[in-house]
Write a protein of this length. Structure first.
Length: 274
């Protein structure tokens, strides 16, 4: 039994003896006794006091003849403190190098329009679909730009109380417009981890009519339009490079003498980082 206790004492003493120790501290620098251990310039260590508490962060600057000179980057180190390697915590956010992505999205639109033809007005509503490609680029840690373009629509209908849409007394008024559309959003990320990015954004849309039909609007005047867009969205990462974008967008068309309109769109798709 005595032999075992003696062996344990020798074992723990030998471990203590092999620990890197602080021998001199002066002017924000520390001289270290390496006790035969191998270190290199740039290695970082935590200084531990006699009670086992971490008191300082040191970085090795010079190594020579079993001695090392280190700078005290944080905290206070004293003679006799022992050192242990400092392991940097891994960030939960995706790498800042992953700055660009592209993908495809489909959107379900809920449309509202108020038309004001000569002789009356009519409120209309309807649903339609979008199909877009997108490209997004990180500007800094939390701010990015999302550009989207493709097939966008505005479809709405409603009953008028007079013959303003071609009926005798009442008529079903309708609008059906297809656009080649381009959107630009500035996004701010509120949450950003390895698996999720949650963001809000605002931007503009530019619409070029490619087909149009209506019995309440003058289609000859429908050529281009613009929208102001507000959006909330999230990118769910299913792997390091692939994600599912979800987006809710509210779009406002500028009011004019003949109509006003707004749209709410829910988008879902698939994206790739590169």
């Amino acid at each position: 039994m005595k032999t075992l206790i003696a062996a344990l004492i020798i074992f723990f003493v030998s471990i203590e003896a092999l620990a890197i120790k602080v021998t001199v501290v002066k002017n924000g620098k520390a001289l270290l006794d390496l006790e035969g251990q191998s270190v290199k310039e740039g290695d970082q260590f935590l200084a531990i006091n006699e009670q086992g508490k971490k008191k300082a962060l040191l970085t090795i600057r010079q190594v020579k003849n079993n001695k090392a000179l280190a700078t005290i980057d944080k905290g206070q180190a004293k003679e006799g403190f022992t050192l242990e390697p400092y392991e940097k915590k891994q960030s939960t956010a995706r790498s800042s190098k992953e700055q660009k992505a592209w993908g495809l999205m489909a959107g379900y639109k809920m449309n509202k329009m108020s038309a004001k033809p000569p002789g009356g007005s009519v409120d209309m509503s309807g649903t339609s679909f979008d199909f877009l490609g997108f490209y997004q680029m990180q500007l800094d840690r939390n701010i990015s730009v999302k550009l989207a373009g493709g097939y966008q629509t505005l479809v709405a209908s409603g009953s008028a109380s007079s013959n303003i849409c071609g009926g005798n007394t009442t008529a079903n008024c309708s609008v059906n417009i297809s656009y080649l559309g381009f959107d630009a959003l500035i996004r701010y990320s509120f949450v950003k981890t390895n698996s999720l990015e949650f963001w809000g954004g605002a931007g503009l849309g530019f619409l070029f009519a490619i087909s149009k039909s209506s019995n309440v609007l003058d289609t000859g005047k429908i050529t281009t339009n613009q929208t102001i867009n507000l959006a909330l969205g999230s990118d769910f990462y299913i792997s390091k490079k692939n994600f599912i974008p979800l987006q809710f967008e509210y779009s406002m068309f500028p009011n004019n003498s003949s109509s006003s309109a707004s749209q709410m769109t829910i988008y879902a798709g698939y994206g790739w980082d590169f």
